[in-house]
Design a protein around this ligand. Structure first.
Ligand code: FES
Length: 128
């Protein structure tokens, strides 16, 4: 099954500032960090950027989708490598499951308190 992680590229750098000193949003920084760290791992995770996911109050936000398994919208991330590592650890744990439901005991510490919504996977034969 194919996982896709969508990273909001327009999420703010911090509560006070939309951009850092280089003119980058928090989402742009997080996206770059995720891509760099993903490339150091053995994973088939696809990562894409997308403007606003309509969860702006919870920024930085990401959406993990899958062909059939349960997906997740998560947020309250900082544009830092430690948060990117936690997101990638979550994606790896998710990829080991049949249905996308990761047992709580296996949740990376850095993901606890970050989930906003569960996205139901597609049923057999369903197209969206
Ligand atoms: S700006 Fe990131 S969810 Fe709206």
């Amino acid at each position: 099954m194919t996982q896709k992680l969508t990273v909001c590229t327009t999420c703010k750098f911090s509560k006070e500032h939309a951009y850092n000193a280089n003119g980058e949003t928090g989402g742009e920084i997080l996206l770059k960090s995720l891509e760099t760290l993903r490339d150091k791992r053995e994973t088939r995770l696809k990562i894409v950027g997308h403007e606003c996911l309509w969860a702006c109050k919870h920024s930085c936000t990401v959406l993990l989708e899958d062909e059939k398994r349960t997906g997740y919208l998560a947020g309250y991330f900082s544009p830092e490598d430690k948060d990117a590592e936690a997101i990638l650890d979550w994606c790896a744990a998710h990829d080991k499951t049949e249905d996308g439901n990761v047992p709580f005991i296996e949740w990376p510490q850095g993901m606890r308190g970050h989930f906003i919504a569960r996205i139901p996977g597609k049923a057999e034969g369903e197209t969206r």
